[in-house]
Design a protein around this ligand. Structure first.
Ligand code: FAD
Length: 351
């Protein structure tokens, strides 16, 4: 027994909500026309899980969702609260049929429809928009000796507060925005920090130009068109040298070292035998797209990614991925939601 609807949107982050808004505008009705399934306990997408010291401001900002401005939130409040309140307001304003907490377990083919199995119900849909982001798939690289480490290892996804590291020596792994930001916060209270990255980080003076943004997105777009896994946005854009980062650089905190070779019970060791004693290893090594629910569709190419044309999956045109690859930013997620709905309308009209 399953419920029938035209479109199932999986995920109510920026990308899923943008898609839901455009479905609503295009005349799809709640429940029979579309549903949104989200496994978060409250509105906010991945933002609801981000650490309490993360604020919307200079480094982190979100684009307004379509049709409703964020306004002037209290920037002293954690981003998790601000965004959760904003997304909740958005869902109520447009009366979006969001069901939560509902975990989508799989999407499979059933004749001319797609079957979405979840912890609440099974939906039979004509099209699916998957907007599941990356938060549920933190990426932990593997290094020899990792399991022998006697200190604490954690990923950005588990980070709560720099206070936990007061008086400890912390090795921060990763050269992205989170890695540098957490390094600077932790350095204020830790007895010492060591920063390691695979590649020397590229810093840019001043904000990114629009042209730079477009080039970076185009690079990721080329990769997913070829069916390769998308790269993280920072790996193609580089980092903006904010006043905080410039100060940290002057203080010697951004003294980057190459990756260590192995982990020992009380620290990390480089190929030349140099050792750094450590109490904590923080893996700020990013996230991968959360796509396990799509496994029954067998979409992975030999290159390890999913072949895309815009937001449409080439090997399953009834499925769109939004917030994936080139649209994995708040502005990209907005646009992707609109474009997925535009194509799905055309597909359903042709049927
Ligand atoms: P998410 O916000 O992750 O939403 C995905 C939703 O899908 C979640 O609600 C989740 O519960 C749900 N979901 C996942 N799997 C399932 C399932 N199987 N069943 C049901 N529901 C499911 N971008 C910016 O533009 N500006 C920034 O300042 C910025 N800062 C960032 C800081 C950090 C630390 C990180 C990790 C990312 C940041 N980004 C930023 C990237 C940005 O968060 C994303 O591009 C965008 O917010 C993601 O929106 P989304 O809708 O694609 O995913």
């Amino acid at each position: 027994m399953h419920t029938t609807t035209d479109v199932v949107v999986i995920g109510a982050g920026q990308a899923g909500l943008s898609a839901a808004y455009h479905l609503r505008r295009a005349g799809f009705r709640n429940e029979t026309g579309f549903v949104v399934l989200d496994h978060g306990k409250r509105p906010g997408g991945a933002w609801q899980y981000r650490w309490p010291s993360l604020r919307l401001g200079k480094v982190h900002g979100i684009y307004d969702l379509p049709g409703l401005a964020l306004g002037h939130p209290d920037l002293g409040k954690p981003a998790s609260e601000v965004v959760s309140e904003y997304f909740g307001r958005f869902e109520r304003t447009f009366d979006l049929p969001v069901h939560r907490p509902v975990e989508v377990q799989s999407v499979s083919r059933e004749g001319d429809r797609l079957l979405v199995a979840s912890t609440l119900d099974e939906w039979s849909a004509r099209a699916v928009i998957s907007a599941t982001g990356t938060w549920d798939r933190p990426f932990w690289p593997r290094y020899p000796g990792q399991e022998t480490f006697r200190g604490r290892q954690l990923h950005t996804a588990e980070f709560q507060s720099a206070e936990e590291f007061r008086g400890k020596h912390v090795v921060v792994v990763g050269g992205g925005a989170s890695g540098t930001q957490l390094l600077v916060e932790i350095a204020e209270v830790a007895s010492g920090t060591t920063w390691v990255t695979r590649r020397p980080p590229e810093f840019h003076e001043g904000d990114f130009t629009q042209e730079h943004g477009r080039e970076s997105v185009a690079k990721v777009d080329r990769r997913v068109r070829e069916g390769l896994p998308p790269e993280s946005v920072v790996s193609v854009t580089g980092l903006v040298l904010t006043p905080e980062l410039r100060k940290a650089r002057e203080q010697g905190i951004l003294d980057r070292k190459p990756m260590f070779e192995r982990i020992v019970p009380d620290g990390v060791v480089w190929a030349d035998g140099t050792k750094q004693r450590a109490d904590v290893i923080l893996w700020a090594t990013g996230f991968r797209a959360a796509l396990d629910h799509l496994a029954p569709l067998h979409l992975r190419t030999h290159g390890g990614g999913i072949r895309m044309d815009g937001t449409r999956v080439v090997d399953e045109p009834r499925l769109h991925l939004v917030g994936y690859g080139p649209s994995a930013s708040t502005v990209g997620a907005n646009r992707a939601g609109r474009s997925a709905v535009h194509e799905i309308r055309q597909l359903l009209e042709r049927q």
